[in-house]
Write a protein that binds this ligand. Structure first.
Ligand code: AMP
Ligand code: MN
Ligand code: MN
Ligand code: MN
Length: 277
């Protein structure tokens, strides 16, 4: 059975490896099919595709789009996209545009909490000036010994409800799915277990996602427990959604999930790649 990893990040967003290094690591880890899905950005795809061709690993062009639905941030992965599509490129540029201002606001909040110079501190980790991510602030908080770990930085400061969280309006669901479709891709709900929705709200979200032509949902992801693999396999079947697998790898050692290290999909679901190859 093939080893697919359809969600990961490079230095083009908030990972630390270059696209080439991501592909080389995937190859070394025994991945057969890899998708690079940087946040709101497709600039790494050309390099990743070339590296994949050289190393003989199958490559799927992807992106992870940040949206706001009912006041919550949700991530939608687009797979098999044409990264040159103008509608997608324009939409992603708009989606990225508020990140630096949000970064200033996060740094302002940290400053009032007695943590100075966080903007420049986070900026040292930013490898693509148009993608400043909370992850870069988390790395700064760990480096400056304010926090012991990246998860702790989110739990204490950066996640919703914590004192340095700054609400942000991302793309809307209709636009994000349309951009993916215009680029010939399929839309997949990223790490559904991570959102704070009630069952009723999540069900309304999935109904809308399906109505707009969304195709899939991540079942096996680095964000899910083994119990959640089963739970979201059931949800995929109930909603007629295709199932996806992705580590959400960002950088060696920072999370325990490496490229290609996840188990295979549970029995009974239809993989999102069922008609690709
Ligand atoms: P942003 O898009 O800038 O708001 O940042 C999202 C990034 O933060 C994603 O890469 C996630 O991997 C990371 N992230 C979000 N929540 C957490 C969390 N609770 N623990 C660790 N990383 C997180
Ligand atoms: Mn990230
Ligand atoms: Mn995500
Ligand atoms: Mn991700």
């Amino acid at each position: 059975m093939q080893n697919l990893d359809l969600h990961c990040h490079s230095s083009i967003s908030d990972g630390t490896l270059t696209p080439e290094q991501v592909i080389a690591r995937a190859k070394a880890n025994g991945v057969d099919v890899i998708s690079l899905t940087d946040h709101d950005e497709v600039r790494g795809i050309a390099q990743a595709r070339e590296a994949a061709e050289q190393l003989g690993i199958r490559f799927v062009p992807g992106v992870e789009i940040s949206i706001t639905w009912s006041g919550e941030t949700v991530h939608i992965v687009g797979l098999q996209i044409d990264e040159k599509n103008s509608s997608l490129l324009k939409g992603l540029a708009e989606t990225r545009s508020g990140r630096l201002l949000r970064g200033r606001a996060i740094a302002g909040k940290l400053d009032t909490l007695g943590i100075p110079d966080a903007f420049d501190g986070a900026m040292k980790y930013v490898t693509n000036p148009s993608i400043m991510s909370r992850k870069h602030f988390a790395r700064f908080l760990v480096e400056s010994k304010v926090c012991d770990s990246i998860p702790q930085a989110f739990d204490k400061y950066l996640k919703q409800g914590r004192p340095a969280f700054v609400p942000h309006r991302w793309a809307n669901i209709t636009d994000a799915i349309n951009w993916i479709h215009r680029a010939g891709g399929v839309a997949v709900v990223a790490h559904p277990g991570r959102y704070n929705f009630s069952d009723i709200a999540f069900s309304a979200f999935l109904d809308e996602f399906k109505q707009l032509g969304g195709s899939g949902i991540e079942v096996v992801t680095g964000s899910h427990t083994v119990d959640q693999y089963k739970k979201y396999a059931g949800i995929a079947t109930r909603y007629g959604l295709l199932a996806s697998v992705g580590s959400d790898f960002h950088t060696p050692g920072e999370s325990h999930i490496d490229l290609g290290s996840l188990p295979r999909l549970p029995e009974g679901v239809v993989p999102v790649w069922h008609n690709w190859f």
